[in-house]
Write a protein that binds this ligand. Sequence first.
Ligand SMILES: [Zn+2]
Length: 100
Amino acid sequence: MEEELRIVPFECQRCWHVWEEEYVVRHQEDRHGNGGEIWLRAGLPVSPPSSGAICPRCGCQRATTFPDGYLSRHPELRRAAEPTVPDETPLISPVRPPLY
Ligand SMILES: [Zn+2]
């Protein structure tokens, strides 16, 4: 039995909110070689993520999942929440005290 951490990206089709949820996927194989997956969230078994997740922002149920690795090919989606502005301030030291 092995467990795998899987981060599943979702996108709301109403407000275009993008978010991720962490799951643990437990792989099991019985004596006949039939594999099975159990999805866990916070240690509790849940049904595998699929379309129909509830958007945490607008509460609608029209969220959809991305294929695996989608967000790594579209980093702009992930970055939308935390814009990375290049710091072009020259490093001057010592910093001048504020003038009153
Ligand atoms: Zn939404």
